[in-house]
Design a binder for this molecule. Structure first.
Ligand code: TPP
Ligand code: SF4
Ligand code: MG
Length: 286
């Protein structure tokens, strides 16, 4: 099946980190041979949110902060789809923060790519929840990986950097494979600089540190992952890589029965269900 949708060209500023994120998603879809007509990319509101216009798949532009519940609804309706949610740090850690916690907890097999640039790029550079605060004694920035590590259902926590394409590509492929295998929620935070309002390339290039390069690093060890993330943050580093992966049960495993299609693939037409409707009505007959 061919879809007729033609991706548009990104409208981001030259040098925006979101280009690297888009390339990594496109590359990962190709690497796992994911058909376009079996893929849905949903995005929130922000410069990051326009990414769903630029990828050869079905797409949906959700309300600000509401991309995760919308993506979950799509996955429940059609569990065979590869569902990729995407958005910014404002979208995911501010207005949408509650949804992020509950998605970690539920662990549905969808991918969530959060582009972290420390600002609200689209609305001209206000400070986001990940911004380094002016006075760190009064307000500290949110760390989405630590948040995920604190919630038992979380099954895939990774961070990458737009300025390090090889690692970003590898992490993105692993995330899509995690979701495609029905292993649950694959969370990828990408450090994705906003060159116009918060150009952090020079700073972040010196701070990113791949945790998996440590001797004997075991991504299934939650306590070691916590320790590694905190120790590196104390040293002023940004921990990256596939930080944590577990076999927590996926949300849909509770109700998805073998051989039973999701609601989107069921025949719900009155014509196709006459006998069934007649059986139901029979129960109400006096
Ligand atoms: C309900 C609602 N509140 C506020 C806004 C205004 N708004 C649009 S995008 C945005 C934040 C975008 O920042 P982020 O999610 O970090 O994405 P970026 O542009 O940095 O990629 C805000 C507050 C909105 N569109 N809808
Ligand atoms: S304003 Fe920032 S986040 Fe938005 S497109 Fe430009 S560089 Fe990217
Ligand atoms: Mg942002």
């Amino acid at each position: 099946m061919t879809i007729t949708f033609t991706p548009s060209h990104p409208i981001w500023c030259a040098g925006c980190g979101h280009f690297g994120v888009k390339n990594a998603i496109v590359n990962a879809l190709a690497t796992i041979n994911q058909p376009a007509h079996e893929t849905m990319v949903l995005a929130g509101i922000g410069c990051s949110g326009t990414i769903q216009n630029n990828i050869d798949s079905y797409g949906y532009h959700a309300l600000h902060g509401r991309v995760l519940p919308t993506a979950l609804g799509v996955k429940l309706a059609n569990p065979e789809l590869m569902v990729i949610a995407a958005g910014g740090d404002g979208d995911g850690y501010a207005i949408g923060a509650g949804h992020l916690m509950h998605t970690f907890k539920r662990n549905p097999s969808i991918v969530y790519v959060l582009m972290n640039n420390g600002v609200y790029g689209l609305t001209k550079g206000q400070r986001s929840p990940t911004a380094q605060q002016i006075d760190p004694t009064t307000e500290r920035n949110i760390d989405g990986i630590s948040l995920g590590l604190s919630i038992p259902g979380a099954s895939f926590l990774a961070r990458a950097y737009s300025g390090a394409a090889d690692q970003l590509n590898a992490v993105m492929v692993a995330a899509l494979e995690h979701a495609a295998a029905g292993r649950g929620f694959a969370f990828v935070e990408v450090m994705s600089p906003c060159v116009t309002y918060n150009d952090t390339y020079a700073e972040w290039s010196g701070k990113v540190h791949d945790v998996t390069t440590a001797d004997g690093y075991d991504p299934s060890d939650r306590i070691a992952a916590f320790s590694s993330v905190y120790t590196l943050a104390e040293q002023g580093k940004i921990p990256t890589g596939l930080i944590y992966q577990s076999d927590a049960p996926a949300y849909e495993s509770a109700w998805k029965k073998p051989g039973l299609a999701g609601p989107a693939r069921l025949d719900v037409s009155p014509a196709g269900n006459r006998t069934h409707y007649a059986d139901i009505m029979e129960k109400y007959a006096f």
